[in-house]
Design a protein around this ligand. Structure first.
Ligand SMILES: C[S@@+](CC[C@H](N)C(=O)[O-])C[C@H]1O[C@@H](n2cnc3c(N)ncnc32)[C@H](O)[C@@H]1O
Length: 267
């Protein structure tokens, strides 16, 4: 087996590149309102150079362009399959947050929307972000706080267990290092950031049953478990879970997981 299969950053990037189409269609727009709210906390109107780190399919770029009309905006992501889908509003750079290929003090603002939990060493990556910010420049991030129960997802996972679906292959997902405001503050302090402002950003997402099913087939741990079943078992699973989910009320599909928004200054 080649060593690239043991490189967790590469494994994650390959996963995102492979599922980029589904991510763009089924998840990016659900996350976007939280990231757009974060932009309101950042000094973008006067910014000249902005980095969208972990930009994914570039869903945030139109709002960033509006908020920072005179800035050079750079979209960076480790997964080329995500990045090439982003709108041509910004130069795109395939990069690893652990090794930012930019000069010291190159940016006024760095935004990280729902990406820091995917980095093996979040404090190290935040230090790299601090290095590429000018003194007085500002970092902003969103990440997941505590999960809330989504009844439809409970049923989905229970049905996967019933079918004997194997566990999802491991990927870097360190939500537990940053799922409270206190933990995020501690990470920012460890990376040397000043004046951390950390609180919750209102967010919720209520897909239709069909949207819910399509997303959980294609993406995330649910999708990665499902592909562990035979093709026939996958079809039977989807038929059965659909008939169970169709009996639920609309609010059983609603996700009200906490979103944490944080900003801090490089000094
Ligand atoms: C959940 S997606 C969020 C994408 C986008 N910011 C959004 O809000 O839609 C996480 C993104 O982080 C990227 N990512 C994960 N680890 C990374 C790393 N070490 N360096 C750069 N990007 C990374 C992934 O490729 C993916 O595009």
């Amino acid at each position: 087996m080649s060593t690239q299969h043991h490189n967790p950053v590469r494994v994650l990037a390959d996963y995102y590149s492979t599922t980029a189409d589904a991510y763009e269609q089924m998840w990016a727009s659900a996350l976007n309102p939280a990231a757009v709210r974060l932009l309101g906390r950042l000094p973008l109107g006067s910014a000249r150079r902005v980095l969208d780190l972990g930009a994914g399919t570039g869903t945030l770029l139109p709002a960033l362009r509006r908020a920072a009309p005179s800035a050079l905006i750079v979209a960076g992501d480790r997964a080329h399959g995500m990045l090439w889908r982003s709108p041509a509003l910004a130069p795109r750079v395939v990069l690893d947050a652990a090794r930012l290929p930019f000069a010291t003090a190159a940016f006024d603002v760095v935004v990280m929307s729902f990406m820091l939990f995917h980095v093996p060493d979040p404090t190290g990556a935040l230090r790299k972000v601090r290095r590429v910010l000018r003194v007085g420049g500002r970092m902003g991030l969103t990440t997941w706080g505590r999960d809330r129960v989504v009844p439809a997802l409970e049923i989905w996972n229970e049905q996967l267990d019933r079918y004997g679906a194997p566990p999802a292959p491991a990927m870097v997902a360190q939500h537990d290092l940053m799922d409270t405001a206190e933990k995020v503050r501690a990470l920012l302090a460890a990376a040397g950031f000043a004046e951390p402002q950390v609180d919750f950003i209102p967010w919720s997402h209520r897909p239709t049953p069909d949207e819910f099913i399509r997303r959980h087939v294609a993406l995330g741990a649910t999708g990665r478990r499902l592909v562990g079943l035979s093709t026939d078992a996958q079809s039977a699973f989807v038929r059965e879970v659909r008939s169970r989910l169709e009996q639920l009320p609309p609010n059983a599909f609603e996700d009200r997981s906490e979103v944490i928004g944080a900003t801090a200054i490089a000094d």
